[in-house]
Design a protein around this ligand. Structure first.
Ligand code: T1G
Length: 692
């Protein structure tokens, strides 16, 4: 089997692309396809060509790994597509699996497209900070219309074959064998002349308002991103310029987008997210157990949210509380969440009932005896957790996974109270647990490979992005956010207003800055953690300006008053009493106020994350810098187009990061200092570690 097989089916030549796992347009594929077209062109008896993907899918796009190759080494997708568009014999794209990006662009350059019913197709390039660079921006609007094309190219989401058929993007849906159906279709159209070419169509009568609305829309959906605007410009060109002009402009804008820091950031995250799912030492043969039932201890916000993840994928859940009233409240919150989703049309009421029927409430922990996994989600107190795990050890069946949802406590200490520490793991969900995609999988010292592999598989199954972390106070995400919070409070001591810090992070693209986030989480949460950490360190009781705000009963959004005031619209409004408290605090502590620029604020906040992240890497608490980036994007809203904090630091240059830290009186973590001195990067560190 070669990378592109040529098979003669009578008067039709079938070109099968064999480039697993997703038939990306990698080096070798264009050569094979050109050879196939040469054969078809040169052979009189061949009256049509079918292009089909071997394995599980049609072409899933250009090979993202080749984006940074020198132009002459990168597979020439545009060259192939130009040839295809002018090919003198009928060409048919036979689509199954996913035809994405360059894959769909190949199909659009064929005369016809046939597909299986469950196939999907789309142009997801915007998710990589680029744009469809091989004709997609010029052909798709000529097939499905400008508005639908803009929706597809700006969302990057695929559509199903049935919709594609209705839109005229697919000419025929094949029942049964795709290859046979495509060959038959090619034969039926062997004499069709002139050959239908999308590039020859025109786009008429589109109101300029369509583009104005699209430009307005991306201000919210793609704030600060480059390629969405290019996509709109290019789509608009289909209404004002001939195909050839748009085709050339598309190449120019594609290169500009591809060479942008945003695309580098998004491509880094594309691969980092996939790498995060790989655990060194574990292979496909590591034994896993199938999770057929789950037990959740605690029906509060976290327990209820966690339960929903299992119910959503049809896994029955037994949920335990100590009081009937708490149990009833927990169930009504879950039901209300589902009903709200149904009101938005994303669920039917039948779905709601089906999911609720999988949920069994109980006051008896003994009812968890048959659960394959039990997740404790109770109050963040070590004594309470130890008591629960001691009881679970006596109740749970052999082989059951015993997981804690603790967000900072020592999982080794919890595991030690059981006789089966190899079955104990941390599954740190982020609130709201039924929404946030991040799941920190906390590998304790004795957690078995099988439990770890099962947990990672479970994360994928319930639609979470699982990242393995080690045991320390706060694991990865919260440990870094504590440093970030320390730095944010320090900025205010030095003269910044809380809203300056939030504005700086909003400008960077984070939906919430440090103080907006604290008010949302509840100021008393951070207050208690600071008190706990001070006690553990034997340090005096913290008495910072933020502690004083909490001690005045201002606990954040939940009391409509925290650092900010909150009205009906829940928008943060500065509060004069808080401003006065901060001023008095500075005076009492003899702190000199000064003007802090947005640049300084941004550097100090982001680099506080980077510095702690470097320390975490050095301690082996995170496996990769890319893992830390994935955690920050999916757990804390760090903009993916900046590549996560570590990716952002690489883009800034680690030497500049170290210089900034030292300028602000911070001590760079040894690993960060070393990498900076070597002219290295976190990405390089990950690569070196992966190949070690
Ligand atoms: N290039 C290179 N590698 C790719 C790839 C791609 N396009 N798509 C997937 N992989 C690798 C991936 O890194 C992983 O590697 C393995 O394949 C399985 O992927 C000019 C410029 C197709 C829906 O954006 O959305 O065309 O970890 O784990 O969950 O206009 O992969 O095994 O070593 O994701 O079954 C446009 C990206 C490119 C599609 C399958 N295309 N891929 O999901 O598997 S830009 C895309 C996906 C472009 C043109 C432009 C998904 C998938 P490893 P996976 P999956």
């Amino acid at each position: 089997m070669s990378i592109v097989d040529q098979t003669r089916e009578g008067d039709i030549l079938v070109l099968t692309i064999n480039n697993p796992p997703v038939n990306a347009f990698s080096p070798g594929v264009p050569e094979g396809l050109h050879a196939g077209l040469d054969a078809a062109e040169g052979e009189e008896g061949i009256r049509g060509v079918v292009i089909i993907g071997g394995g599980r899918t049609f072409v899933a796009g250009a090979d993202i790994k080749t984006f940074d190759l020198p132009r002459e080494q990168a597979p020439d997708l545009r060259g192939f597509i130009s040839r295809l568009d002018a090919f003198p014999k009928p060409t048919v794209a036979a689509i199954h699996g996913t035809a994405l990006g360059g894959g769909l662009e190949i199909a659009l350059a064929c005369n016809y497209r046939v597909a299986t019913k469950d196939a999907k197709m789309g142009l997801p390039e915007v998710k990589l900070g680029v744009l469809p660079g091989a004709g997609g921006t010029q052909r798709l609007p000529r097939v499905v219309g400008v508005e639908k094309a803009l929706e597809m190219m700006l969302s990057g989401n695929p559509i199903k074959a049935m919709e594609a058929k209705e839109l005229g993007l697919v000419d025929h849906l094949v029942e049964g064998d795709l290859r046979e159906g495509a060959v038959a279709f090619a034969r039926e159209h062997a004499n069709a002349r002139p050959l239908p070419r999308i590039s020859e169509r025109t786009v008429e009568g589109v109101s300029p308002q369509v583009f104005a609305a699209a430009r307005e829309g991306i201000k919210k959906t793609h704030r600060g991103q480059l390629s969405p605007g290019f996509i709109i410009d290019l789509a608009e060109m289909t209404t004002t310029q001939p195909f050839a002009v748009g085709w050339e402009e598309e190449a120019r804008l594609f290169m500009a987008a591809k060479d942008s820091p945003q695309s580098r950031g998004l491509r880094h995250i594309f691969f980092a997210e996939r790498e995060a799912g790989k655990i060194p030492g574990l292979t496909k043969d590591t034994p896993t157990t199938e999770i057929k039932s789950a037990g959740i201890i605690g029906a509060g916000t976290m327990g209820g949210g966690i339960a929903m993840n299992f119910l959503n994928v049809g896994i029955p859940v037994t949920i335990v509380e100590t009081q009937q009233e708490a149990l009833d409240r927990g169930l009504s919150v879950i039901r209300r969440n589902y009903e709200n989703t149904a009101k938005k049309g994303r669920l039917t009421m039948e779905d709601v009932e089906k999911r609720m029927a999988l949920l069994t409430p109980t006051l008896n922990m003994e009812d968890l005896a048959d659960a394959d996994i039990i997740i404790e989600a109770v109050f963040e107190d070590m004594g309470v957790k130890k008591d629960i795990f001691t009881r679970l050890d006596a109740i749970a069946k052999p082989g059951a996974i015993l997981a804690t949802n603790t967000s900072t406590l020592d999982v080794n200490e919890i595991a030690a109270v059981t006789g089966r520490p190899e079955q104990v793991i941390g599954l740190h969900f982020f609130s709201p647990a039924n929404v946030m995609k991040l799941l920190e999988i906390v590998r304790a010292d004795k957690t078995s490979d099988s439990v770890l592999a099962t947990s990672m598989a479970l994360a994928r199954r319930i639609g979470k992005v699982g990242v393995v972390v080690g045991v320390c106070d706060g694991f990865v995400g919260n440990r870094m956010i504590h440093r970030y919070g320390d730095e944010a409070r320090k900025l205010v001591e030095e003269g910044a207003n809380p809203q300056d810090a939030d504005a700086a992070m909003n400008a960077l693209g984070l939906p919430m800055g440090p103080f907006q986030m604290s008010d949302m989480a509840g100021l008393d949460v951070g207050y208690l953690i600071r008190q706990h950490q001070a006690k553990v360190r034997g340090a005096p009781k913290p008495d910072g300006w933020l502690d004083r705000i909490v001690e005045r009963g201002r606990k954040g959004q939940k009391t409509q008053a925290g650092i900010y005031d909150y009205g009906e619209d829940r928008k943060p409004k500065p509060n004069a009493e808080v401003a006065q408290l901060i001023e008095d605090y500075r005076a009492e502590k003899g702190l000199e106020s000064r003007e802090l620029t947005q640049e300084e604020i941004t550097e100090r906040l982001v680099y506080s994350l980077v510095n702690e992240g470097a320390q975490i890497l050095d301690e082996g608490i995170a496996q990769r810098a890319g893992d830390i980036d994935v955690i920050y994007i999916y757990g804390y809203g760090f903009p993916a187009h900046h590549g996560g904090p570590m990716g952002y630091a690489d883009e800034m240059g680690l030497g500049n990061v170290v210089a900034a830290l030292e300028k602000y009186g911070q001590t760079p973590a040894p690993l960060l200092k070393r990498l900076a001195e070597e002219g290295g990067s976190f990405a390089g560190w990950d690569k070196a570690k992966a190949s070690a």
